[in-house]
Design a protein around this ligand. Structure first.
Ligand SMILES: Cc1ncc(COP(=O)(O)O)c(C=O)c1O
Length: 401
């Protein structure tokens, strides 16, 4: 299968792990390979309510058998979904646009912010990842692509010093832009800084940085593609931990539990400026089936109290990781909120080894950060204490060896 794959798929694709996995089935927090061996999924944030959740699958199938069409007709599900999403967001955010991916949402946010501000300059973090389009790939320095001339980078707020210096560095970037004759359009950040290696505390550190960009005439785009839908445990959206209300919010990944559905939510005045001259039609964005799936995800999140579980299980796992850190000098720091945890390790090589050793023990995690030296733990939100114990025990024994 690996040989077949390499024959036909583009060489741009990458596989996880030294010994790649051939996965054939998923259920809850478990993935199964072709030999029937099961793996604890501690990495996939997309199947937020668990792989193949029966309620989501059932509603998807039912809607697919009834109607699937686009947003040029009046259909119920996009309206229902927009209403339910807005109910989870601050009241200043009033206008929903559906897309099919986080990249499409961010790309639209970039376009809107340029029109709304008249600016062209963007600030992102040094290890940011925001998507696949031409524009976004040049705002995603973690991929190694050179950023576009009007994209300025700041060190991510990882580590105490970078946290306190985050807002002053945003201010410095704005000053640099102005010296170069560039008018600021937006500060664009993933509110949990996942690809930068996870930055979470102290909650509130984003607020002064957002004030800086606004004072310079720009807007704040909260990329909620990773932290959104309750992952950080204390709220539905990562920005809520920081006490700020963004001008634009983008979301995707977990929204459809694996089905491609994403969205952008905007303040009325910001969207209004864009809508004066621009129309937006996305063939599959807002289709009836995708919206039904996203409604099912919201329903399950609520019924199964998964945001609360992200907090409770996340706290338990974090405490356990901190305890491991006290015994294993290879762990330098434990960061994160809810079920989005980053374990700062000593060096890239060691991190890669731990990730691969865990995979051999059937525990799947990944790495993050500019130096790929952070263990990234980001399981489906139905992850419980028993599963957290498996992670802790397996990691402990690997680090002891
Ligand atoms: C923070 C962030 N923004 C945007 C994206 C792009 O989303 P998509 O892959 O759905 O286009 C990603 C994907 O990894 C992401 O992590």
């Amino acid at each position: 299968m690996l040989a077949r794959r390499q024959r036909v798929l583009a060489p741009t694709y990458r596989l996880f792990y030294e010994e790649p996995l051939h996965i054939v089935r998923g259920e809850g927090v478990w993935l199964y390979d072709a030999e029937g061996r099961r793996y604890l999924d501690c990495y996939n944030n997309v199947p937020v309510v668990g792989h193949c959740h029966p309620r989501v699958v059932e509603r998807l199938a039912r809607q697919a058998g009834k109607l699937n069409t686009h947003t040029r007709y009046i259909t119920d599900t996009p309206v229902e979904l927009a209403e339910q999403l807005l109910a989870t967001l601050p009241r200043e955010l009033t206008s929903v646009t559906f897309t099919c991916s986080g990249s499409e949402s961010n790309d639209l946010a970039v376009r809107i912010s340029k029109v709304a501000t008249g600016g062209t300059g963007f600030i992102v973090t040094e290890g940011a990842y925001h998507g696949t389009t031409e524009t976004l790939s040049r705002m995603s320095p973690v991929t190694g692509v050179k950023t576009a001339p009007e994209v300025y980078t700041v060190p991510a707020p990882v580590g105490a010093q970078n946290v306190t210096e985050f807002a002053p560095r945003v201010r410095e970037c704005i000053a640099q832009m102005k010296r170069a004759g560039v008018q600021p359009a937006a500060l664009l950040v993933d509110t949990i800084f996942g690809s930068d290696g996870v930055a979470s505390h102290p909650a509130g550190f984003l607020e002064p940085a957002v004030a800086e960009i606004r004072a310079a005439g720009g807007v704040f785009i909260a990329d909620e593609v990773q932290p959104g839908f309750g992952r950080t445990g204390d709220a539905m959206w990562g920005f809520q931990r920081h006490g700020v209300v963004p001008d634009l919010v983008t979301m995707g990944k977990p929204m459809g539990n694996g089905h491609p559905v994403a969205a952008l939510v905007a303040r009325a005045e910001v969207m209004g400026e864009f809508a004066k001259e621009h129309r937006y039609f996305n063939t599959f964005g807002g289709n009836t089936v995708s919206c039904e799936v996203a409604l099912a995800v919201l329903d399950v999140l609520q019924r199964e109290k998964l945001v609360n579980n992200a907090r409770v299980t996340g706290d338990y796992l974090k405490q356990g990781l901190l305890e491991l850190a006290s015994r294993h000098p290879a762990i330098h720091e434990v960061r994160g909120a809810g079920l989005f945890l980053g374990v700062q390790m000593e060096g890239r090589e060691r991190t890669t080894r731990v990730v691969n050793d865990l995979r051999r023990e059937s525990v799947l995690i990944g790495s993050a950060g500019r130096n790929a030296d952070v263990l990234k733990i980001r399981p489906p939100l139905c992850f419980g204490r028993a599963e957290a114990d498996i992670v802790l025990e397996t990691l402990d024994s690997i680090l002891r060896e």
